[in-house]
Design a protein around this ligand. Structure first.
Ligand code: P6P
Length: 342
């Protein structure tokens, strides 16, 4: 029941909305998503706590001397930032302690981590994440984020660790946290997309949008044009068309920031194949698939070339994929150029 709150002077979140925290949101979701033992809610709670800790660490990064790289490379061959490791450890510890978590997989870990004490035939969940996406933006105070994907453990897998190799269409939930001027969580459990903002005064994520829909169109494209020379012909033909038709270019260099803008304002985000990354740079399981679920749940489209990202059957934890996602009409427009060029 939406009891109206009669306030003399509307203040902040009390002004005009019921106060729904992430926790109460998950209780509402319980009626729709079968979640024996509230396991999924507990996993979302662990992600929420992790996001609060990581957000606090990022706000103090320059003061606590945790900026910069560790001087080594992760499994991706990318310079590992100190905060990549800190964020990864926070998520591993928060999620590893939750009952019902069978496997954790991270961009920062070579192999999936099988949580001890589980048998292959047990019911449970796999949680995959990129702990700090876009971390190279940290030193310049740019937007960074955490991306997460939640799958039911596949009890048919011979090795528990192989359970993470499921198509994105089988995700139970997915989302991201954007650490920007405010800390925002965007989440779907399969029935639309909801958005929460962290109220640091009370340490709670408050729901500010329910059933987010991506605009059908948007005259903005988002990709790293520095790679233009090595894009396949179809992408270059699309860029020529977009620039001749008044499109704007926006690119933050962090997938979470670029996808969040695309979700709210419309347009299209792309990471095409390049000479350096012939399969694309972005990782399928913990970047492309969760973002594809969010965008599709908001009414958009998410493709790898002309194939639906959520239909791809993964074969390796860190496999990469080209990404084309955003407003349906805009994605269809790009796909037309790709089809013509094939
Ligand atoms: P480039 C960040 O390193 C990341 O994985 C994504 O967050 C981002 O979209 C992409 O790589 C940026 O890559 O080659 O444009 O710097």
């Amino acid at each position: 029941m939406n009891a109206s709150v009669d306030l003399a002077v509307p203040t902040g979140i009390l002004a005009d909305a019921d106060i729904v925290t992430l926790q109460s949101h998950m209780l509402e979701e319980k009626r729709r998503v079968a979640d024996p033992g509230d396991t999924l809610s507990w996993i979302i709670s662990a992600l929420s706590i992790s996001a609060k800790i990581i957000s606090a660490q990022l706000r103090r990064a320059g003061l606590d001397n945790v900026l910069g790289s560790l001087g080594n490379q992760n499994v991706q061959g990318e310079d590992q930032q100190k905060l990549d490791v800190i964020a990864n450890n926070v998520l591993m510890r928060a999620l590893g302690a939750r009952e019902g978590v069978m496997v954790l997989a991270s961009e920062e870990a070579d192999e999936p981590v099988v949580i001890a004490g589980n048998r292959a035939d047990e019911r449970g969940y796999c949680v995959l994440f990129d702990p700090l996406d876009g971390s190279s933006n940290l030193d310049v105070c740019g937007g960074v984020g955490t991306i997460f994907s939640i799958l039911r453990h596949d009890r048919r897998s011979t090795r528990i660790a192989d359970s993470v190799l499921q198509p994105g269409a089988r995700q139970v939930a997915a989302g991201y946290v954007l650490y920007g001027p405010s800390t925002v969580m965007v989440l779907t459990t399969g029935a639309g997309v909801d958005m929460f903002v962290l109220d640091t005064a009370i340490g709670a994520f408050i729901r500010i949008a329910r059933g987010l829909r991506i605009p059908e169109t948007g005259a903005t494209y988002s990709l790293n044009e520095g790679n233009r020379a090595s894009f396949p012909a179809g992408y270059r033909a699309y860029l020529d068309w977009a620039q001749a038709n008044g499109y704007s270019s926006r690119y933050a260099g962090a997938m979470v920031a670029d996808v969040h803008r695309t979700l709210l304002k419309g347009g299209v985000f792309l990471y095409p194949p390049t000479q350096k990354a012939p399969q694309g740079k972005l990782r399928l399981l913990y970047e492309a698939s969760p973002m594809a679920m969010i965008i599709e749940q908001a009414g958009g489209q998410a493709l790898a070339g002309t194939q639906r990202i959520l239909d791809i059957q993964p074969t390796a934890l860190h496999q990469r994929t080209p990404v084309l996602l955003g407003s349906s009409a805009e994605v269809a427009g790009v796909a037309e150029f790709l089809d013509r060029a094939d």
